[in-house]
Design a protein around this ligand. Structure first.
Ligand SMILES: Nc1ncnc2c1ncn2[C@@H]1O[C@H](COP(=O)(O)OP(=O)(O)OP(=O)(O)O)[C@@H](O)[C@H]1O
Ligand SMILES: [Mg+2]
Length: 584
């Protein structure tokens, strides 16, 4: 094969460098061979020498000359035969060694050529003597163009000098192999002038007393590209993590911290360097540590990708200065080659919890204020109603009596005096009626004086009188025993519902039911009017139903309004009364 020729000269050298086979049996013939030949032929030579000595002695002494000549010829012939045999064996051994050598050469050629990595051997003047297939591919040089050329051809100019010195120095060390450029990335040069990063190892050996250096290298352009992209991706991820408003902490299976972002540093008051590798327990108050570790383990066992921590409870964190603070946390898990990792995203909700507390407090205060306002309003109404009834009513009644007294004493022809008095009397009657109506509407005194049932009955009657709509009233007991505020709420609910029927419903009938049972009082006002949609927004300046709901919730109960266009309206109130009805 053509490609074998250029590298053949260096194959033994390369095989030595690679230690492909041991020296024994492949040693080329040289000084040692001569010594071995001598050993092999020594007995023949000794036999010949003894025969010659004996022959000369016999010749000189004149003993059996003819027999001697025959004996010498015989011995010489056998020595020649032995020598020929020995020579024949030597030739066979030699042939076998040459065959073995060429087999090894072929095998090494195959190894070198099928190697994935470029393999280059240079001689002591750093000229290339071996350049394999992979080297051709990577450097894009055909073998013939580089063999015999200085190695510089394959290096960017700025590295050539350093590289030359490096190899020389390596040659002086006497060590057989080492990695090149372990501290930095080495650069090589392709035929088209393109530079590329490589990873290389070098070895040395001597061939016929001359030094050879073999470099095995790898093009790491792709790997470096991946590494760079990975590093860039990591840097980007770190940037994102550090710009996150929430603290992000990743822990390993032992619950030790492996990631701690900038927000976590400021939230827990702990620098990243200290936190990394520390147990997560550092940032959890003592009393929660065990439970927390169990939670994380249990979460790991579920296999769920992520979930909120603590459910509806607020989780508590611990700053390095010992301060505890509420946090909102979610946890996720990732299974990687080196184990399972948990990532916790935390938000300091100190401010939110404070605001929620404040809101709760202010709602509570508003509720108390509302109760007080309702009471004050009812008391005020009650007071005015009583004033109207007692003071004004009394005064008007005595005026009526005075007019009646005057009417009796006035002369018949009193210049139209009687007519005037009659007008005054009518006006007074109307005023008395109006005063009563106003007082009753403000707060029927009968609610306080006679109780809820008569007050509601009066309400229903006056509703029918005013609106002409039939009102059916059903009350479960003759007398209901309710605390004042509850009685007022029931009365006001019926009052508001009936007013609404009169104002909006165009109904023909309304059913009112009041029932007290099981520690509750419930009211139901149901009309067959036009109804309305309860979905839409509340009308501005419409506070009747709103007040009704609020009054119910202040007393721990609820008001429900169900209605739909064309379906009538149903107002329901249910309050815990705590009391049982007096009579049934
Ligand atoms: N029985 C009903 N039939 C039909 N529509 C009703 C009925 N009750 C309430 N509505 C509708 O619901 C709206 C809200 O009622 P709400 O009692 O809250 O306010 P309002 O009666 O309009 O004003 P006010 O504040 O004087 O009570 C009414 O404007 C009306 O459109
Ligand atoms: Mg109303």
């Amino acid at each position: 094969m053509g490609w074998r020729r250029p590298i053949k000269g260096s194959l033994i050298a390369f095989s030595k460098a690679m230690n492909v086979f041991p020296d024994k049996g492949l040693k080329p013939a040289g000084v040692g061979t001569r010594g071995r030949l001598f050993v092999v032929f020594a007995p023949v030579l000794a036999l010949l020498a003894i025969t010659v000595v004996l022959a000369i002695t016999a010749w000189l002494a004149g003993w059996y000359r003819t027999e001697m000549v025959i004996a010498i010829v015989g011995v010489g012939a056998s020595a020649l035969l032995v020598a020929m045999l020995v020579l024949y064996r030597q030739v066979r051994v030699r042939q076998a060694a040459t065959r073995a050598l060429s087999n090894v050469e072929a095998r090494v050629s195959d190894v070198v050529e099928s190697a994935m990595d470029p393999i280059i051997t240079v001689d002591e003047s750093q000229r290339i003597v071996l350049f394999n297939d992979a080297a051709e591919r990577v450097f894009r040089w055909p073998r013939n163009a580089v063999l015999g050329q200085p190695i510089d051809k394959l290096l960017p100019e700025r590295y050539r000098e350093a590289h030359r010195r490096h190899i020389e120095k390596f040659g002086e060390t006497g060590s057989t192999s080492r990695r090149m450029g372990s501290q930095m990335v080495l650069m090589a040069l392709r035929a088209d002038g393109q530079e590329f990063p490589i990873e290389a190892s070098i070895s040395q050996h001597s061939e016929d007393g001359r030094q050879r250096f073999t470099v095995i290298l790898r093009d790491i352009t792709e790997r470096l590209g991946v590494e760079t992209a990975l590093a860039r991706g990591e840097a980007r991820l770190r940037g994102i993590l550090d710009s996150a408003m929430d603290a992000i902490i990743t822990i390993d299976e032992r619950q030790h911290i492996v990631l701690f972002n900038a927000a976590a540093e400021s939230m827990f008051g702990c620098p990243r360097d200290e936190a990394l590798g520390a147990p997560l327990a550092w940032f959890i108050p003592d009393r929660f540590r065990g439970v927390h570790a169990d939670h994380v383990r249990a979460f790991g066992a579920t296999g769920t990708a992520s979930r909120r921590m603590g459910g509806l409870r607020v989780v508590t964190g611990l700053r390095r200065n010992g301060e505890e603070f509420p946090i909102d946390a979610s946890i996720s898990q990732q299974s990687e080659a080196d184990g399972r990792f948990y990532t916790v995203i935390l938000r300091d909700i100190t401010e939110r919890v404070r605001q929620e507390d404040e809101l709760r407090r202010s709602k509570e205060e508003l509720r108390e204020l509302s109760v007080a306002l309702h009471q004050a309003r009812e008391q005020e109404k009650s007071r005015i109603a009583r004033e109207l009834h007692d003071e004004l009513g009394q005064a008007l009644t005595s005026l009526q009596m005075d007019i009646a007294w005057c009417k009796q004493r006035i002369p018949q022809d009193g210049n139209g005096f009687a007519g005037k008095l009659a007008k005054m009397e009518t006006m007074l009657e109307r005023t008395v009626a109006a005063t009563r109506r106003i007082a009753t509407e403000l707060r029927p005194l009968m609610l306080d004086d006679l109780g809820l049932v008569p007050a509601v009955e009066w309400l229903a009657e006056s509703f029918t009188q005013r609106s002409g709509v039939a009102c059916e009233l059903a009350i479960s007991h003759e007398s209901l025993d309710l605390p004042g505020a509850h009685a007022t709420a029931v009365f006001r609910t019926v009052q508001e519902a009936l007013t609404n029927v009169a104002k909006h419903a165009h109904a023909s009938r309304v059913d009112v039911a009041i029932e007290q049972a099981d520690g509750h009082v419930s009211v139901s006002v149901h009309d067959d009017g036009v109804g309305f949609s309860t979905e839409g927004a509340r009308k501005p300046n419409s506070f009747g139903l709103l007040g009704l709901r609020e009054r119910a919730s202040l007393l721990g109960g609820e008001a429900r309004i169900s209605s739909a266009p064309g379906k009538g309206t149903h107002v329901e109130l249910r309050l815990p009364s705590g009391e049982e009805p007096l009579k049934s």
